[in-house]
Design a protein around this ligand. Structure first.
Ligand code: F6P
Length: 384
C-alpha cells in the first residue's frame, strides 16, 4: 500500500455528520476471499456519501501498530479514487494476514523461543490517537472473534462475514463461498473428461477447514461419484466398493471430491503442520485416499489439490452483489448506532446478528440438509 497523507480533518474536527461518526476504519483479516475488494468499495463509498472520513488499515490490525502509520502506509486515507475499478478484483487492496492476532501476538524472545502477548490496548490507543470512531472488520471466525473482543472493550465495530469455507454461523452464506464453489465445479467438469479418457479415479481435494460446504456443493453440482467431508467420517472400503461397482457397470472412471478436513472412521484428518500463532494446516487428504484406492482396487488413481486457486480470481456476480450489499449494510448499522454486530444474509434481506453469537460455534453441514439428501437420492456416496 502506498504511503498516503494524513486525512486533513484529523486536525480540524467539526460537528459529527451522521450517527456521531466522523471517521471510520476498515480492515481485512484472515485468508483472502473473492469479494473483499467489493466490500471495501461499498463501505468506502457509503461512508463518504455520509460525509465520514475512511481510513484503511494494512494487514488486519498490523498497520495500526506502525509508528508514523500514515507515512509508512500502515494507514491509508480511502477516497473515491482508491476504490475505483476494484469491485471485480480478487485479493484485497488493504492486504491481510492470518498471523498477527493482536490478542495473542507472536513475539520471538532473545533465546529464540516464541511467546504470545496481548497488544489489544495498544491497538485501542492507536484508534483513539488517530481519532477513528468505528471499525468495519471484514473477516472469518478468527478475525470476527477479535473484532468482538474490541467491541467488548468499547470500540464501535460492525463485522462483515467473509470466508470461502462458509463456516460462519448466523448468516446463510458468507461472501467468497459462491466463487470458490463455482471454480471447484468447473474443475470437476474438466477432470471428468480426462478421468473418462484414461479410466482413472480422480481424487480432488477442496478447502473448507472443518466444514464440508465446498465439497458438498461443488460435488453435487459437478456430479461427483463420492463426496467425503468432515461431518461424515468415511470408510475407505465403502469408497473402494463404489468405484469397483462403477467399473462393473462399464463406467471405468470415478470422481471423488474430498474436503481437506475429511477423516476416516478409524483415523485422523490429514495435517501438514502448525506454526506459532497460526491455525493447524490441513492437507494431504486426497493423496492419501488416491494411494489407498489404487492398492485396494487395482485401478489407476490420481489426486488433484485445488488449494489456493479457490481463493483467487474474480468474485462471481453473486459474491459481488452480496459483498456490495454487506458493505452498505455495515455502514447503515454504524449510522444507526449499532456495535458488536455482524451483517448476515437472511434471504431476501440482510440483517444483523451479534458478533458473539456468530463466532460462538462453527457452522458445519447439517446431515439432514436437503443438499445431502439430494446427493444420496442421486446415488452419490459419502463413504458411510
Ligand atoms: O479459511 C479459508 C482457508 O482457505 C481454508 O479453507 C484453508 O484451510 C485455509 O484458509 C488455508 O489458509 P492459508 O492461507 O494459511 O494457507
Amino acid at each position: 500500500m502506498a504511503a498516503t497523507t494524513r486525512p486533513a480533518s484529523s486536525r480540524t474536527r467539526g460537528a459529527a455528520p451522521h450517527g456521531g461518526i466522523r471517521r471510520i476504519a476498515i480492515n481485512t483479516g484472515g485468508g483472502d476471499a473473492p469479494g473483499l475488494n467489493a466490500v471495501i468499495r461499498s463501505v468506502v463509498l457509503c461512508a463518504l456519501n455520509r460525509g465520514w472520513d475512511v481510513v484503511g488499515i494494512r494487514d488486519g490490525y498490523n498497520g495500526l501498530l506502525e509508528k508514523d502509520a500514515y507515512e509508512s502506509g500502515g494507514l491509508r486515507r480511502m477516497t473515491r479514487d482508491t476504490v475505483r475499478g476494484i469491485t471485480h478484483l480478487g485479493g484485497t487492496i488493504l492486504g491481510t494476514t492470518n498471523k498477527g492476532n493482536p490478542l495473542h501476538y507472536p513475539v520471538q524472545k532473545k533465546d529464540g523461543t516464541w511467546i504470545e502477548v496481548d497488544r489489544s490496548d495498544e491497538i485501542l490507543r492507536a484508534f483513539a490517537r488517530h481519532r477513528i470512531d468505528a471499525l468495519v472488520a471484514i473477516g472469518g471466525d478468527g478475525s470476527l472473534s477479535i473484532a468482538n473482543e474490541f467491541a467488548k472493550k468499547g470500540l464501535r465495530v460492525i463485522g462483515v462475514p467473509k470466508t470461502i469455507d462458509n463456516d460462519l454461523d448466523g448468516t446463510v452464506v458468507t461472501f467468497g463461498f459462491d466463487s470458490a464453489v463455482s471454480f471447484a465445479t468447473e474443475c470437476l467438469d474438466r477432470l471428468h473428461s480426462t478421468a473418462q479418457a484414461h479410466g482413472r479415479i480422480m481424487v480432488v481435494e477442496v478447502m473448507g477447514r472443518y466444514a464440508g460446504w465446498i465439497a458438498l456443493s461443488a460435488g453435487v453440482a459437478g456430479t461427483a461419484d463420492v463426496i467425503l467431508m468432515p461431518e461424515i467420517p468415511y470408510d475407505i472400503e465403502k469408497v473402494a466398493a463404489k468405484t469397483i461397482a462403477r467399473v462393473k457397470t462399464g463406467r471405468k472412471f470415478s470422481i471423488i471430491v474430498v474436503a481437506e478436513g475429511a477423516m476416516p472412521i478409524d483415523g485422523a484428518r490429514s495435517i501438514i503442520g502448525k506454526n506459532i500463532g497460526q491455525a493447524e494446516r490441513l492437507g494431504g487428504a486426497a493423496e492419501r485416499i488416491a494411494k489407498q484406492l489404487e492398492q485396494m482396487t487395482g485401478q489407476e488413481a490420481r489426486h488433484v489439490v485445488l488449494g489456493h486457486l479457490q481463493r483467487g480470481g474474480s468474485p462471481t456476480n453473486n459474491d459481488r452483489l452480496l459483498s456490495l450489499r454487506f458493505g452498505a449494510a455495515a455502514v447503515r448499522a454504524l449510522d444507526a448506532g449499532q456495535t458488536g454486530m455482524m451483517v448476515a444474509l437472511d434471504p431476501p434481506t440482510v440483517r444483523y446478528v451479534p458478533l458473539a453469537k456468530a463466532t460462538k460455534r462453527m457452522k458445519v453441514v447439517p446431515l439432514d440438509c436437503d443438499t445431502v439428501l439430494a446427493a444420496r437420492d442421486l446415488g452419490i456416496s459419502f463413504g458411510d
